[in-house]
Design a protein around this ligand. Structure first.
Ligand SMILES: [Zn+2]
Length: 96
């Protein structure tokens, strides 16, 4: 493990702790079969594919402190996924 990936893991753990360390829908804690993922409650306002992972994490931490994020386990996030994708459109839906 490189120094950077250790730092990343620590920041990710901090982020998940901010989000309560469990799924906002079903209440499951993080496990190998149910990894927790970050979900934007009102849709993401920026393009994830154009943002480097460390920048993304920094952004998530800022958004988590503002209450814009929640943690979802993978099965719940997949179920919510279609709805989430419909919420976010580039250049639209930018005021909240
Ligand atoms: Zn869940």
């Amino acid at each position: 493990m490189t120094r950077n990936s250790r730092l990343y893991a620590r920041k990710r753990a901090l982020l998940m702790a901010l989000l309560g360390d469990r799924c906002a829908l079903c209440g499951a804690g993080e496990s190998a079969s149910r990894p927790l993922e970050v979900d934007h409650i009102n849709g993401r306002q920026w393009a994830i594919t154009r943002t480097a992972s460390h920048q993304r994490l920094k952004r998530y931490l800022e958004e988590a402190k503002k209450g814009l994020l929640r943690a979802l386990c993978k099965p719940c996030n997949v179920r919510e996924g279609n709805r989430g994708n419909q919420k976010w459109r580039p250049g639209r839906n930018v005021s909240y």
